[in-house]
Design a protein around this ligand. Structure first.
Ligand code: NDP
Length: 440
């Protein structure tokens, strides 16, 4: 850890992600000193390449705006760099390094041949016109295209990068390269996208949750569920949890959260999808339409009610120790993370110490990148699978991820410690590939 802090003193999110993994790996490295001898941990925490670039563009008023773009190509031991792009004002190198690092082990857990990467820009698509978003995406791609390729680096979406942005980015890549290739995932269905890709992260986090619950003979029927966020991951988590018989009574955006005691049913979820994906409005409008309660400030969501299950699906460090205590006191039995690193280290300790089934993001939310991997396979085969085929693959992969984390935890005498299990299972695969490939 001291090396990481010395090299990147201003990267708290990256320190947090590395610390969690390094701590989990201690028993593995104790048993396999070769990892220490060959300095695999020191190598895996250093990105293979980081690109940072200027993104100038012109807004509708004719003003020139300059944003900053990044791509962290972290690890290509088991496949091309793979990981989303995030457009959000908070984007900086610490956040992208934490996300890229998490992505290495997450992608390894999917069993598919994908390395780890992440990128984005400090650009906020909210409140921008479609034309402004298009001009920004084109300028961003004018630099990024030279670093991408179907066998080199294949980005996807993340916060602020949905179907609209991917369409513009892909269009500009195609124009610059004069080539139609599967260099993005999350593409539209008419140009090489996979069915179930938009749903995959939210569905996958719910499948992971069902697998965890099953180890204790539980399911979702009649359970009160809290889901934060109201974007891509949250929307499909709400859909799948409801399908399994859970009642979702809350969701949020960065301004605040709603509590709807009657539950968010299919019709209300359609309204959220329209509100967030088409109108690009605020979640407050849900409360006005359905006579639900609305509270300012996103962080209060976990303390506002008693829940049986919590699914943080908004952003990193959105669930702190106080929230974790409140969840435990309120009778919560399981937490499945749709977002990346949404629980602070203190919150994670509280979950583990209280026997909560805790599915960490890099395992629970791997469904998105898993279906991205399946999109790459379909593109390479020049085929498109049916919805049902992709969903079956997703369910199988989420069960395999669950089981490999569960079994690794058990192997090291810590049954139900999915943090330890997922980190060990993911690391082993990448580390062994790195060792086999020599010092590169
Ligand atoms: P979206 O942009 O579609 O939605 C993000 C949601 O989180 C919005 O409701 C947003 O509110 C809210 N949010 C963003 N920042 C904050 C904040 N600082 N405080 C409170 N709420 C906030 O993103 P996704 O749904 O795609 O991503 C959500 C999480 O899931 C991220 O952590 C992402 O890394 C992770 N993830 C996503 C995958 C995917 O396939 N999309 C795959 C794996 C993980 P507002 O509308 O106000 O901005």
């Amino acid at each position: 850890m001291s090396i990481v802090k010395q090299r990147d003193p201003a990267s708290p999110e990256f320190h947090q992600a590395v610390h969690e993994v390094v701590e989990s790996l201690e028993p593995l490295i104790e048993r396999n000193p070769v990892y220490r001898k060959l300095r695999v941990v020191e190598r895996i925490i250093e990105p293979e390449r980081v690109v940072m670039f200027r993104v100038p563009w012109v807004n509708d008023a004719g003003d020139i705006i300059v944003n900053r773009g990044f791509r962290v190509e972290f690890n290509s031991a088991i496949g091309p760099y793979k990981g989303g792009l995030r457009f959000h004002p908070s984007v900086n190198i610490s956040i992208l390094k934490f996300l890229g690092f998490e992505q290495i082990l997450k992608n390894a857990l999917t069993t598919l041949p994908m390395g780890g990467g992440k990128g984005g820009a400090d650009f906020d698509p909210k409140s921008k016109s479609d034309n402004e978003v298009m001009r920004f995406c084109q300028s961003f791609m004018n630099e990024l295209f030279r670093h991408l390729g179907p066998n080199t680096d294949v980005p996807a979406g993340d916060i602020g990068v949905g179907g609209r942005e991917i369409g513009y980015l892909f269009g500009q890549y195609k124009r610059l390269m004069n080539e139609f290739s599967g260099v993005f995932t999350g593409k539209g269905i008419t140009f090489g996208g996979s069915l179930i890709r938009p749903e995959a992260t939210g569905y996958g986090a719910t499948y992971f949750l069902m697998n965890m619950l099953a180890t204790k003979g539980l399911d979702l029927k009649g359970k009160l569920v809290a889901i934060s966020g109201s974007g891509n991951v949250s929307q499909y988590a709400i859909e799948k949890v409801t399908e399994f018989g859970g009642k979702v009574i809350t969701c949020s955006d960065s301004d605040g959260y709603i509590i709807d005691e009657a539950g968010i049913d299919k019709e209300k979820l359609h309204f959220i999808m329209w509100l967030k994906n088409v109108k690009r409005g605020r979640i407050k409008e849900y409360a006005e339409k359905y006579n639900a309660k609305y509270f300012d400030g996103a962080q209060g969501i976990w303390k506002a009610h008693n829940y049986h299950v919590a699914m943080p699906c908004a952003t990193q460090n959105e669930l702190d120790e106080v929230s974790a205590e409140a969840l435990v006191k309120g009778g919560c039995v399981a937490v499945s993370e749709g977002a990346n690193m949404p629980s602070t280290p203190g919150a994670v300790k509280i979950f583990l110490n209280n026997g909560i089934l805790y599915g960490l993001g890099k395992a629970a939310n791997a469904g998105g990148v898993a279906v991205s991997g399946l999109e790459m396979t379909q593109n390479a085969l020049h085929m498109a699978w049916t919805r049902d085929e992709v969903d079956k693959h997703l369910q199988r992969i989420m069960k395999e991820i669950h089981d490999s984390a569960y079994n690794a935890a058990e192997e090291f005498g810590q049954r139900h410690n999915y943090v330890l299990g997922a980190n060990i299972a993911g690391f082993r695969k990448v580390a062994d590939a790195m060792i086999a490939q020599g010092i590169v």
